[in-house]
Write a protein that binds this ligand. Structure first.
Ligand code: GLC
Length: 419
């Protein structure tokens, strides 16, 4: 079930950390797609040192970004676990020079900062001998790719999968969010997803699950593209800062802080969360470009968080030229203005009386004039808001206090029949 904390949180930080950071290549997919052999990929185990890993510093940075939760890849499709799993030996503690469980200290540090803990886990495991990948027609030289499912092997794999999830759900305290991935090679019946959901809730009664549970999850996860049409129900947009989930030094195609903030405003304006990804290096340091963007986002949220946290999605398109949010009682409206609006800022179709308009961050009170319309005929005029004297360097948030719950005019326009 989606808990209130998740709806109110708005921002989470996703962390893809694994052996793929050693060479700076695509997480798991690079061997699956044949860019590198499986053996060369696994050779990266020897370079995963985590020798400058500072989970407290990570957690402080995440807190500073304004995020309220974080999700770490405990095991990606390559099958390498960050914790000391008892189900097999393919783990950071057993197979890398880091030689320790790197998940427990992360969970402790995240919790110590008052953030919610999210664990990413890939259902499919391209390294497990009992997991037959059914993508065998894409020309991939990946040697673990096999043919049809051997039923006995599949039962053994399910026991392994359940075993790892039991560890994740019992050895790390409260898991606020289980972020699944990799459900696409089998159907819900084969995965026994319904039974899995019940089992997970028995272990962690208050946990939330994302949608990658083939119909048994709690919320949708649009990936890499901000939804244009508002999704129904709770959702979270996951997105990379450059084009890579994990650390890839050659990838310098970063979105700017301003672009990231504007995407974030689009999400909250449509009632969603954003899960923004970082990819630490194999030594545990976070690339400078990523640190900068997290800090910039956090500074913007310090100024403008009142219009973001614990809000609900705002007005449908057409009323304001940009995203908006509303308070839960719908008596406060926030307008997200990026760029120069011109002399005045218009909002259309507002039936409700406006008490006050002010700029978050500077506190400047703005005057407004309602012009046109035919109120006796329930046709509202356009509200023209005074231009603020100072703008936020990214997105200026304007707070509109209403006398009562907002009421919108949603008509197509009609003749004034009462005069
Ligand atoms: C995709 C990819 C994966 C990435 C994930 C994040 O499903 O398989 O590499 O971790 O998206 O959402």
């Amino acid at each position: 079930m989606v808990q209130d904390w998740f709806r109110d949180a708005k921002l989470g930080i996703f962390i893809h950390w694994g052996i793929y950071a050693v060479k700076g290549i695509g997480e798991s997919w690079s061997f699956f797609n044949g860019q590198i052999s499986y053996d060369d990929y696994m050779g990266q185990l020897h370079g995963f040192t985590a020798d400058r890993y500072d989970p407290e510093a990570w957690a402080k940075l995440i807190k500073k970004s304004g995020a309220r939760y974080s999700v770490l890849t405990t095991k990606h499709h390559d099958g390498v676990a960050l914790w000391d799993t008892k189900q097999n030996d393919l783990s950071v503690p057993k197979k890398t020079p880091a030689a320790r469980d790197v998940l427990t200290p992360w969970v402790d540090a995240i919790r110590a900062e008052g953030l919610k803990v999210g664990l990413y886990y890939s259902h499919l495991d391209w390294s497990h001998p009992d997991y037959a990948s059914i993508h065998h027609d894409n020309g991939s030289p990946f040697s673990h790719t096999k043919g049809p499912t051997d039923q006995e092997a599949w039962q053994r794999f399910l026991a392994f999968h359940r075993g790892q999830l039991e560890e994740l759900c019992s050895e790390f305290g409260k898991v606020d969010l289980l972020w699944f991935d990799g459900d696409w090679e089998r159907d819900a019946v084969t995965w026994k997803m319904e039974e899995l959901r019940e089992q997970l809730l028995a272990w962690q009664p208050e946990t939330i699950m994302n949608s990658r549970m083939l119909g048994y999850g709690d919320y949708l996860t649009p990936e890499q593209g901000v939804p244009i049409i508002r999704p129904e129900g709770p959702w979270e947009f996951c997105v990379t800062m450059n084009d890579s989930w994990g650390y890839q030094g050659r990838d310098t195609n970063y979105k700017s802080s301003g672009e990231i903030i504007r995407m974030f405003c689009d999400c909250v304006g449509q009632g969603g969360n954003m899960l923004l990804d970082i990819g630490p290096k194999a030594d545990g340091t976070i690339p400078e470009e990523q640190v900068e963007r997290l800090e910039e986002l956090g500074a913007w949220l310090d100024r403008n968080g009142a219009g973001v946290y614990a809000t609900i999605g705002g007005l449908p398109f057409g009323h304001f030229n940009g995203p908006t949010t509303l308070s839960k009682d719908k008596k406060t409206l926030w307008l997200f203005q990026s760029g120069d609006p011109g002399d005045t800022i218009p909002i259309k179709g507002i039936q409700t009386e406006i008490k006050k308009i002010s700029v978050l961050g500077t506190g400047q009170v703005l005057s407004h004039r309602k012009l046109g319309g035919a109120e006796w005929n329930r046709i509202p005029g356009v509200v023209w808001i005074e231009r603020p004297t100072e703008f936020d360097k990214h997105v200026t948030v304007i707070q509109v206090d209403l006398a009562e719950e907002i009421e919108l005019y949603r008509g197509k326009g009609e003749p004034v029949s009462v005069n």
